[in-house]
Write a protein that binds this ligand. Structure first.
Ligand code: NI
Length: 182
């Protein structure tokens, strides 16, 4: 397994549309294993293949929610999920705000509106098809990651003013980091 480099905005690769996977094979499973290692190391709760430079319709999610929902400090439960060629079949009419972040827009967070109940279809890492109703954070993260497959980032879903604010903060954080490293 290997930790891969996560590409960040404004890398033009993030704007590429990912292509459907036609064979779920060992090479793809190796990519998925590397993506999990990369995501846990970051750390993050979702990662699309394009974020490590691979324009394939593959994404992974692990919400790593605390074992005891009443205790934020309890150890997170690992719940790795793989979505290959995911599709959203239906979604609720009402949009719900969630504060989103993205490993390709590091350390920046903003509220995004999305339907929080969806019915989705995908293949797992064995090539087996699934169709399920998903809600809450899992539904939101899946939609965020599916946006990556279309070359869309969560900041694209903000008002222009908010997006510019986030990008300004990102530029400032990068400058500070560069100064510290100098
Ligand atoms: Ni993201």
């Amino acid at each position: 397994m290997a930790i891969l480099r996560i590409i960040e905005t404004p890398d033009s690769l993030l704007r590429e549309k990912s292509v459907a996977v036609d064979t779920v094979d060992d090479a793809l499973r190796t990519l998925i294993a590397d993506m999990f290692e990369t995501m846990y190391d970051a750390p993050g709760i979702g990662l699309a293949a394009i974020q490590v430079g691979v324009p394939k319709r593959v994404l992974i999610i692990d919400l790593q929610e605390p074992a005891d929902p009443g205790d934020e400090q309890s150890p997170p439960v690992k719940d790795p999920r793989v979505f290959i060629n995911p599709e959203i079949l239906t979604h609720s009419d009402q949009d719900v705000p969630y504060t989103e972040g993205c490993l390709s827009v590091p350390d920046q967070y903003a509220e995004v509106l999305r339907p929080d109940r969806i019915r989705a279809r995908w293949l797992d890492e064995q090539g087996v098809g699934h169709e399920e109703d998903l809600d809450g954070l899992l539904a939101v993260v899946l939609q965020h990651e599916m946006d990556h497959l279309e070359g869309v980032l969560f900041i694209d879903r903000l008002s222009r003013l908010k997006r510019e604010m986030v990008l300004k903060k990102l530029a400032k954080a990068r400058k500070e980091r560069a100064l510290k490293a100098a």
